[in-house]
Design a protein around this ligand. Sequence first.
Ligand code: PHE
Length: 495
Amino acid sequence: MAEREEWGSRVGFILAAMGSAIGLGNIWRFSYMTYSNGGGAFLVPYFFALLTAGIPIMILEIGIGSMTRFSAPFALGKVAGKKAEWIGWWTAIAALILNSYYMVILSWAFLYIFKSVTLAWGKDPGAYFFGNVLGLTDGPFILGGIRLPILLSFLVIVLINWFIVSRGVKGGIERACKIFLPLMWIIVLLLVIRGITLPHGLEGINWYLKPDFSKLANHKVWLDAYGQIFFTLSLGMGTIIVYGSYLRKGADVVNNSFLISLGNCGFSFLAGFAVFGTLGYVAHVLNKPFEEVVTAGIGLAFVMYPKAISLLPAGKALIGILFFFLLTIAGLSSSISLMENTVGILMDGYKLNRMKATSIVAGVTFLIGLIYTTGGGLYWLDMVDHFISYYALALVGLLETIAVTWVFGADKFREFVNSVSEIKAGSWWTVFAKYLTIAILVILLLLDIYSLATEGYGGYPGKALGIAFGYILLGMIVAYILHSKEKLDITKEVS
Ligand code: PHE
């Protein structure tokens, strides 16, 4: 069998994994979540979730990747028996589905780099974004045709991904992340400095961090913190497992997990200063209460931020270009990891060569992403995102944690990681992974399902939600079919 590809260096691996973690989720999702969940007080459940679930599951994913040197299905199959392989195959499809809309959001960011040059959004960035750019229709069942600029931009993003991933682990992914990561930190620092030195910028920071501890009594805040930690650390998608599988034998697991997780969360925390410093300024210039200038989700990056850029005293275009360039490269280093998960699985499971596997995955991602380039695309993007980022990540996280801690054995796993790591995973790891994380993920999933059943989601018609949900189920069936045709028999494979 051909030698498994490997990272060129330890730093290369850390940068690639951090690149996967740092993405769209760190720049606008974190800021908005923090603001709406009690400001500075949100940092309490956030760091609690990081320590009790984020870092332990990071250790788990890097650990089984590097122990088995296989992508998710076969890594899980090796530790927990053939039946567990299906969980990994599901990540192959889930990562594809996630990437197909993640890259469309990236393609908006990419377009906005150019729009920043002329401040194309004019006086009403909201109407411009939803009207001129997205061509948003009145509902999910009115698609309204493909938006050509988005389509072309999406194509460029898919091709960049294809180009990087087809060049392999060391020559493609690692090399790209060695350029993207330092750039990302430099740009975010520049934006932080700009944000907090704006007049009244510090008032925005005050809003960002002013703790409202009464919010912590609400269980939803804690669930949001756990959900955000899973998403931001790229857990439950197979990506970290496949990255771990390219580590050299005997490479450190525990210390690397801490570095990657803390680096990622530090980046989010910093990005919050840039976003809220700017918001403080906007609130002041528009003379509006702070609550009115903050918008949820997508609007924060594509409506609020352009509005802020237009109001800046100087260097408008430059700040716009930097901000959207930052979103684009942060997103790219995440989307290549999502692509690599499916590519790695196809290479392991079907013995495809890298070029073929990458071309198939890029092609399919582009085709299934086309729906989001239409005028009604945002509705479908929002629904599919809800099911993927709330249910799929948590479900995979739960199942893989059960597979490793209960079926394989928490102590046996700890023995392996401790034999290679600079710092040791003590019995705290078992307490957090085997008991606490499992309990919390079960509660999280049950509450999410309960709220979906009772309240629906986002006010969408039941029929549309049903179709989006059916799409996810279909993905699970496809995963099952792929799984049943795999050519790799791990029982024969010597490790
Ligand atoms: N962590 C990425 C972000 O914050 C998203 C992601 C999730 C990437 C899962 C890979 C796997 O944007």
